[in-house]
Write a protein that binds this ligand. Sequence first.
Ligand SMILES: C[S@@+](CC[C@H](N)C(=O)[O-])C[C@H]1O[C@@H](n2cnc3c(N)ncnc32)[C@H](O)[C@@H]1O
Length: 198
Amino acid sequence: MDAQDWDNRYQGSELVWGAPPNEIVVELATALPRGRAIDIGCGEGRNALWLATRGWQVEGLDFSAAALEKAAATTADAPAAVLERLTWTCADLRAAPLGADVDLALIVYIHLPADERAQLLRRAQDALAPGGALLVLGHHVRNLAEGVGGPQNAAILFSPADIVAELDPTMQVDFARDLGRDTPHGLAIDALVFARKP
Ligand SMILES: C[S@@+](CC[C@H](N)C(=O)[O-])C[C@H]1O[C@@H](n2cnc3c(N)ncnc32)[C@H](O)[C@@H]1O
């Protein structure tokens, strides 16, 4: 899907991904000291906003202007101190700068062909500060046969092992797991990798 396709998906006032942050992001980020975060492919900003309310300085990056308009509208009522910690960047994550000295990089439900995904992972790792964390969460390739939801295209789905294989070998992998997620349509299977830069 290109930016126009995503803009079309974000038409309408309801939030496509809901307002609450992703529960895995909450669980893992809660244990980290606050710092600088980048939410790569932030959509309507549910995770970026949650991080900013927890004291993180957050950049939300997405190439859908419609998504970022909704993110800005959703967060407009947040306290000024939270808004000061949030910035939105409209850009293509395959080329945009991802910053430096980042303490947490989120790549949540971003599905790219394997070569583009590997490049993105490399750039995200480069952006991390020493000790910085990379959280990759997405629809597992197993989902095609055993789960529900997500893209129905094996070429852009992945397993935790795929991600680990694409990481720099120096990265310390804390979690690489398949996760079940209940949905109204049945069980969805997610792939999670959480790794830190040495
Ligand atoms: C499934 S949504 C996930 C949004 C968010 N991470 C979340 O979990 O709520 C995928 C997002 O990635 C964005 N995206 C996809 N490809 C992109 C690209 N090449 N550059 C920037 N954003 C992209 C889309 O616009 C969309 O908002």
